[in-house]
Design a protein around this ligand. Structure first.
Ligand code: TPP
Ligand code: MG
Length: 310
Protein backbone atom coordinates (compact mmCIF):
# COMPACT_ATOMS: atom_id res chain seq x y z
CA UNK A 1 0.00 0.00 0.00
CA UNK A 2 2.81 2.36 0.99
CA UNK A 3 4.69 1.49 -2.20
CA UNK A 4 1.66 2.40 -4.25
CA UNK A 5 1.36 5.72 -2.42
CA UNK A 6 5.05 6.50 -3.04
CA UNK A 7 4.68 5.59 -6.68
CA UNK A 8 1.69 7.95 -7.03
CA UNK A 9 3.63 10.77 -5.40
CA UNK A 10 6.51 10.12 -7.80
CA UNK A 11 4.15 10.25 -10.82
CA UNK A 12 2.56 13.46 -9.49
CA UNK A 13 5.94 15.20 -9.14
CA UNK A 14 7.12 13.83 -12.49
CA UNK A 15 4.00 15.25 -14.19
CA UNK A 16 4.48 18.67 -12.64
CA UNK A 17 8.14 18.65 -13.72
CA UNK A 18 7.24 17.65 -17.28
CA UNK A 19 4.42 20.17 -17.59
CA UNK A 20 6.73 22.94 -16.45
CA UNK A 21 9.34 21.83 -18.94
CA UNK A 22 7.21 22.15 -22.03
CA UNK A 23 5.93 25.64 -21.33
CA UNK A 24 7.76 28.83 -21.93
CA UNK A 25 6.91 31.65 -19.59
CA UNK A 26 6.47 35.13 -21.00
CA UNK A 27 4.65 37.79 -18.96
CA UNK A 28 1.41 36.22 -17.82
CA UNK A 29 1.27 33.53 -20.44
CA UNK A 30 2.84 30.15 -21.16
CA UNK A 31 3.60 29.01 -24.67
CA UNK A 32 4.21 25.48 -25.83
CA UNK A 33 7.76 25.34 -27.22
CA UNK A 34 8.00 28.77 -28.74
CA UNK A 35 9.29 29.04 -32.30
CA UNK A 36 8.77 25.42 -33.32
CA UNK A 37 10.14 24.69 -36.78
CA UNK A 38 8.02 23.53 -39.69
CA UNK A 39 9.03 19.87 -39.26
CA UNK A 40 7.61 19.94 -35.75
CA UNK A 41 4.32 21.36 -37.04
CA UNK A 42 4.20 18.68 -39.73
CA UNK A 43 4.78 15.91 -37.22
CA UNK A 44 1.99 17.39 -35.09
CA UNK A 45 -0.29 17.35 -38.15
CA UNK A 46 0.28 13.62 -38.41
CA UNK A 47 0.02 12.96 -34.67
CA UNK A 48 -3.25 14.89 -34.25
CA UNK A 49 -4.77 12.98 -37.17
CA UNK A 50 -3.74 9.65 -35.62
CA UNK A 51 -5.26 10.62 -32.28
CA UNK A 52 -8.53 11.74 -33.92
CA UNK A 53 -8.92 8.40 -35.68
CA UNK A 54 -7.98 6.30 -32.64
CA UNK A 55 -10.36 8.25 -30.40
CA UNK A 56 -13.31 7.91 -32.77
CA UNK A 57 -12.54 4.24 -33.35
CA UNK A 58 -12.55 3.55 -29.58
CA UNK A 59 -15.75 5.57 -29.10
CA UNK A 60 -17.35 3.72 -32.02
CA UNK A 61 -18.90 7.04 -33.10
CA UNK A 62 -17.90 10.59 -33.94
CA UNK A 63 -17.07 12.92 -36.82
CA UNK A 64 -13.77 12.14 -38.56
CA UNK A 65 -14.28 14.13 -41.80
CA UNK A 66 -14.72 17.61 -40.34
CA UNK A 67 -12.18 16.92 -37.58
CA UNK A 68 -9.49 16.11 -40.13
CA UNK A 69 -10.15 19.27 -42.13
CA UNK A 70 -9.47 21.51 -39.11
CA UNK A 71 -6.15 19.99 -37.97
CA UNK A 72 -3.66 22.61 -39.21
CA UNK A 73 -5.84 25.53 -38.07
CA UNK A 74 -6.28 23.96 -34.63
CA UNK A 75 -2.53 23.27 -34.31
CA UNK A 76 -1.63 26.83 -35.35
CA UNK A 77 -3.96 28.12 -32.63
CA UNK A 78 -2.88 25.82 -29.80
CA UNK A 79 0.84 25.75 -30.60
CA UNK A 80 1.46 29.33 -31.74
CA UNK A 81 -1.30 31.90 -31.33
CA UNK A 82 -3.53 31.21 -28.33
CA UNK A 83 -2.11 32.84 -25.22
CA UNK A 84 -2.96 31.05 -21.98
CA UNK A 85 -1.46 29.96 -18.72
CA UNK A 86 -1.66 26.18 -18.69
CA UNK A 87 -1.38 25.91 -14.92
CA UNK A 88 -3.97 28.45 -13.75
CA UNK A 89 -5.97 28.42 -16.93
CA UNK A 90 -9.25 29.93 -15.73
CA UNK A 91 -7.73 32.29 -13.16
CA UNK A 92 -5.73 34.31 -15.68
CA UNK A 93 -6.24 36.58 -18.63
CA UNK A 94 -6.24 34.42 -21.72
CA UNK A 95 -7.27 34.35 -25.34
CA UNK A 96 -10.50 32.46 -25.94
CA UNK A 97 -11.14 29.80 -28.54
CA UNK A 98 -14.71 28.75 -29.37
CA UNK A 99 -15.27 25.67 -31.48
CA UNK A 100 -18.61 26.67 -32.96
CA UNK A 101 -18.68 23.54 -35.14
CA UNK A 102 -18.57 21.48 -31.96
CA UNK A 103 -18.95 18.10 -33.67
CA UNK A 104 -15.24 18.19 -34.64
CA UNK A 105 -14.05 18.34 -31.01
CA UNK A 106 -11.76 15.28 -31.40
CA UNK A 107 -9.40 17.63 -33.23
CA UNK A 108 -9.54 20.10 -30.33
CA UNK A 109 -9.24 17.38 -27.66
CA UNK A 110 -6.10 16.03 -29.34
CA UNK A 111 -4.57 19.53 -29.26
CA UNK A 112 -5.59 20.04 -25.62
CA UNK A 113 -3.81 16.82 -24.74
CA UNK A 114 -0.70 17.46 -26.84
CA UNK A 115 -0.34 20.96 -25.43
CA UNK A 116 -0.56 19.66 -21.86
CA UNK A 117 -4.01 20.99 -20.96
CA UNK A 118 -5.49 17.51 -20.38
CA UNK A 119 -3.78 14.13 -19.88
CA UNK A 120 -3.16 12.16 -23.09
CA UNK A 121 -4.79 9.20 -21.44
CA UNK A 122 -8.09 11.01 -21.23
CA UNK A 123 -8.44 10.84 -25.02
CA UNK A 124 -9.46 7.20 -24.63
CA UNK A 125 -12.64 8.32 -22.86
CA UNK A 126 -14.21 10.18 -25.79
CA UNK A 127 -18.01 9.89 -25.75
CA UNK A 128 -18.04 7.55 -22.73
CA UNK A 129 -20.70 8.07 -20.05
CA UNK A 130 -19.34 10.38 -17.35
CA UNK A 131 -16.32 11.41 -19.44
CA UNK A 132 -15.25 15.05 -19.66
CA UNK A 133 -14.70 14.49 -23.37
CA UNK A 134 -18.26 14.46 -24.58
CA UNK A 135 -19.18 14.09 -28.26
CA UNK A 136 -19.62 17.86 -28.34
CA UNK A 137 -17.63 20.25 -26.10
CA UNK A 138 -19.19 20.64 -22.68
CA UNK A 139 -18.51 23.67 -20.47
CA UNK A 140 -19.86 21.72 -17.50
CA UNK A 141 -16.87 19.39 -17.76
CA UNK A 142 -14.63 22.34 -16.71
CA UNK A 143 -11.88 21.37 -19.13
CA UNK A 144 -9.10 23.86 -19.63
CA UNK A 145 -9.74 25.11 -23.14
CA UNK A 146 -13.51 24.65 -23.34
CA UNK A 147 -14.98 28.10 -22.84
CA UNK A 148 -18.54 27.26 -23.83
CA UNK A 149 -20.71 24.27 -24.73
CA UNK A 150 -21.20 23.98 -28.47
CA UNK A 151 -22.64 21.52 -30.95
CA UNK A 152 -25.88 23.23 -31.77
CA UNK A 153 -24.57 24.96 -34.88
CA UNK A 154 -24.91 28.69 -35.47
CA UNK A 155 -24.30 30.03 -31.96
CA UNK A 156 -20.53 30.29 -31.53
CA UNK A 157 -19.98 33.59 -33.30
CA UNK A 158 -22.68 35.36 -31.27
CA UNK A 159 -21.00 34.16 -28.07
CA UNK A 160 -17.56 35.14 -29.37
CA UNK A 161 -18.84 38.54 -30.38
CA UNK A 162 -20.22 39.14 -26.88
CA UNK A 163 -16.94 38.02 -25.28
CA UNK A 164 -14.94 40.27 -27.61
CA UNK A 165 -17.12 43.26 -26.74
CA UNK A 166 -16.83 42.47 -23.02
CA UNK A 167 -13.02 42.32 -23.22
CA UNK A 168 -12.92 45.61 -25.09
CA UNK A 169 -15.12 47.30 -22.50
CA UNK A 170 -12.74 45.97 -19.81
CA UNK A 171 -9.81 47.39 -21.84
CA UNK A 172 -8.18 43.95 -22.15
CA UNK A 173 -6.14 43.06 -25.19
CA UNK A 174 -7.04 39.35 -25.32
CA UNK A 175 -8.26 37.84 -28.58
CA UNK A 176 -11.28 35.71 -29.37
CA UNK A 177 -11.00 33.05 -32.06
CA UNK A 178 -14.12 31.25 -33.36
CA UNK A 179 -13.95 28.26 -35.71
CA UNK A 180 -17.03 27.86 -37.92
CA UNK A 181 -18.10 25.35 -40.57
CA UNK A 182 -19.03 26.45 -44.07
CA UNK A 183 -22.36 24.61 -43.84
CA UNK A 184 -22.86 26.27 -40.47
CA UNK A 185 -22.80 29.66 -42.22
CA UNK A 186 -26.27 28.81 -43.55
CA UNK A 187 -27.64 29.62 -40.06
CA UNK A 188 -29.25 33.06 -39.88
CA UNK A 189 -27.89 33.82 -36.40
CA UNK A 190 -24.34 33.84 -37.78
CA UNK A 191 -25.18 36.83 -39.98
CA UNK A 192 -26.60 38.78 -37.06
CA UNK A 193 -23.32 38.16 -35.23
CA UNK A 194 -21.32 39.21 -38.29
CA UNK A 195 -23.27 42.49 -38.45
CA UNK A 196 -22.99 43.12 -34.71
CA UNK A 197 -19.23 42.45 -34.64
CA UNK A 198 -18.39 45.03 -37.29
CA UNK A 199 -20.80 47.54 -35.77
CA UNK A 200 -18.86 47.36 -32.49
CA UNK A 201 -15.50 47.40 -34.33
CA UNK A 202 -14.38 44.16 -32.70
CA UNK A 203 -10.87 43.91 -34.10
CA UNK A 204 -10.07 41.46 -31.28
CA UNK A 205 -12.40 38.89 -32.90
CA UNK A 206 -11.19 36.40 -35.51
CA UNK A 207 -13.62 34.02 -37.24
CA UNK A 208 -12.09 31.12 -39.14
CA UNK A 209 -14.30 29.39 -41.71
CA UNK A 210 -13.43 25.75 -42.37
CA UNK A 211 -14.36 25.96 -46.03
CA UNK A 212 -14.38 22.29 -47.10
CA UNK A 213 -17.56 22.63 -49.23
CA UNK A 214 -19.18 19.64 -47.52
CA UNK A 215 -21.84 19.54 -44.86
CA UNK A 216 -23.67 16.57 -43.31
CA UNK A 217 -24.80 14.84 -46.50
CA UNK A 218 -23.51 16.71 -49.53
CA UNK A 219 -21.88 19.77 -51.01
CA UNK A 220 -22.57 23.16 -49.44
CA UNK A 221 -22.64 24.62 -52.97
CA UNK A 222 -25.48 22.22 -53.94
CA UNK A 223 -27.52 22.36 -50.71
CA UNK A 224 -27.46 26.12 -50.07
CA UNK A 225 -24.51 28.02 -51.50
CA UNK A 226 -22.67 30.51 -49.32
CA UNK A 227 -20.88 32.09 -52.28
CA UNK A 228 -19.49 34.65 -52.87
CA UNK A 229 -18.34 34.30 -49.29
CA UNK A 230 -15.44 36.78 -49.36
CA UNK A 231 -17.65 39.51 -50.86
CA UNK A 232 -20.25 38.85 -48.19
CA UNK A 233 -17.78 39.32 -45.31
CA UNK A 234 -16.26 42.34 -47.09
CA UNK A 235 -19.64 43.97 -47.48
CA UNK A 236 -20.40 43.41 -43.80
CA UNK A 237 -17.24 45.44 -43.18
CA UNK A 238 -14.92 42.65 -42.08
CA UNK A 239 -11.21 42.28 -42.77
CA UNK A 240 -11.35 39.15 -44.97
CA UNK A 241 -8.42 36.86 -45.80
CA UNK A 242 -8.56 33.77 -48.04
CA UNK A 243 -6.04 30.99 -47.46
CA UNK A 244 -5.28 27.31 -47.99
CA UNK A 245 -6.29 25.90 -44.59
CA UNK A 246 -3.67 23.14 -44.73
CA UNK A 247 -0.73 25.42 -45.53
CA UNK A 248 1.04 26.53 -42.35
CA UNK A 249 2.76 29.52 -44.00
CA UNK A 250 -0.60 30.87 -45.17
CA UNK A 251 -2.31 30.15 -41.84
CA UNK A 252 0.47 31.91 -39.90
CA UNK A 253 0.43 34.90 -42.20
CA UNK A 254 -3.35 35.25 -41.77
CA UNK A 255 -3.15 35.06 -37.96
CA UNK A 256 -0.18 37.49 -37.98
CA UNK A 257 -2.25 39.89 -40.05
CA UNK A 258 -5.14 39.62 -37.56
CA UNK A 259 -2.77 40.21 -34.65
CA UNK A 260 -1.44 43.42 -36.23
CA UNK A 261 -4.78 45.05 -35.30
CA UNK A 262 -4.10 47.68 -37.94
CA UNK A 263 -7.81 47.97 -38.71
CA UNK A 264 -10.87 48.40 -36.51
CA UNK A 265 -12.66 45.56 -38.34
CA UNK A 266 -13.11 42.00 -37.11
CA UNK A 267 -11.17 39.44 -39.16
CA UNK A 268 -12.59 36.51 -41.16
CA UNK A 269 -10.15 33.88 -42.37
CA UNK A 270 -11.72 31.78 -45.11
CA UNK A 271 -9.65 28.60 -45.03
CA UNK A 272 -10.05 26.32 -48.05
CA UNK A 273 -9.77 22.77 -46.70
CA UNK A 274 -10.44 19.15 -47.61
CA UNK A 275 -12.92 17.21 -45.48
CA UNK A 276 -11.19 14.00 -44.35
CA UNK A 277 -7.73 15.43 -45.20
CA UNK A 278 -4.93 12.87 -44.90
CA UNK A 279 -6.93 9.66 -45.31
CA UNK A 280 -7.58 8.99 -49.01
CA UNK A 281 -10.82 7.03 -48.58
CA UNK A 282 -12.26 9.72 -46.30
CA UNK A 283 -11.22 12.75 -48.36
CA UNK A 284 -14.14 14.65 -49.92
CA UNK A 285 -16.45 11.77 -49.05
CA UNK A 286 -19.59 12.90 -47.17
CA UNK A 287 -20.21 9.37 -45.89
CA UNK A 288 -17.32 10.00 -43.44
CA UNK A 289 -19.06 12.99 -41.91
CA UNK A 290 -20.26 11.16 -38.81
CA UNK A 291 -19.13 7.57 -38.69
CA UNK A 292 -16.37 5.68 -36.92
CA UNK A 293 -13.82 3.59 -38.79
CA UNK A 294 -13.84 -0.14 -38.01
CA UNK A 295 -10.58 -1.89 -37.04
CA UNK A 296 -9.61 -2.60 -40.63
CA UNK A 297 -10.31 0.96 -41.76
CA UNK A 298 -8.40 2.37 -38.78
CA UNK A 299 -5.35 0.24 -39.59
CA UNK A 300 -5.52 1.29 -43.23
CA UNK A 301 -5.78 4.97 -42.29
CA UNK A 302 -2.92 4.79 -39.77
CA UNK A 303 -0.74 2.99 -42.34
CA UNK A 304 -1.44 5.77 -44.84
CA UNK A 305 -0.64 8.44 -42.28
CA UNK A 306 2.85 6.97 -41.83
CA UNK A 307 3.75 8.76 -45.07
CA UNK A 308 1.64 11.83 -44.41
CA UNK A 309 2.86 15.01 -46.10
CA UNK A 310 1.19 18.34 -46.66
C1 TPP B 1 -28.54 23.62 -35.16
C2 TPP B 1 -28.00 22.33 -35.69
N1 TPP B 1 -28.62 21.74 -36.72
C3 TPP B 1 -28.16 20.56 -37.22
C4 TPP B 1 -27.06 19.97 -36.66
C5 TPP B 1 -26.56 18.63 -37.19
N2 TPP B 1 -25.29 18.78 -37.89
C6 TPP B 1 -24.14 18.36 -37.31
S1 TPP B 1 -22.82 18.61 -38.29
C7 TPP B 1 -23.75 19.26 -39.52
C8 TPP B 1 -23.11 19.74 -40.80
C9 TPP B 1 -22.23 20.92 -40.59
O1 TPP B 1 -21.55 21.23 -41.77
P1 TPP B 1 -20.28 22.15 -41.71
O2 TPP B 1 -20.59 23.35 -40.91
O3 TPP B 1 -19.84 22.38 -43.11
O4 TPP B 1 -19.22 21.31 -40.90
P2 TPP B 1 -18.34 20.04 -41.42
O5 TPP B 1 -19.31 18.94 -41.62
O6 TPP B 1 -17.68 20.44 -42.68
O7 TPP B 1 -17.41 19.76 -40.33
C10 TPP B 1 -25.08 19.28 -39.14
C11 TPP B 1 -26.19 19.79 -40.01
C12 TPP B 1 -26.45 20.61 -35.56
N3 TPP B 1 -25.39 20.09 -34.96
N4 TPP B 1 -26.94 21.80 -35.10
MG1 MG C 1 -18.15 21.86 -44.13
Amino acid sequence: MNNLKNFNIFIFIYNIYNTKNIYYKEDLFYFWEKNMNLDKYLSLSKKVREEILKMIFLAKSGHPGGSLSTVEIMIALYFKYLRFNAVDFFENDRDRFILSKGHVCPSQYACLALSGLIPMDELKTLRKIGSKLQGHPSYKAKLKGIEVSTGSLGQGLSIGSGMALGLKLDKKDNNIYVLLGDGELQSGQIWEAIMTSSHYKLNNLCAIIDYNNLQIDGKVSDIKSIMPIKNKFDSFNWNTIEIDGHNYAEIFSAFDRFNLKDTDRPTAIIAKTVKGKGVSFMENNPSWHGKAPNREELDLALKELENFKL
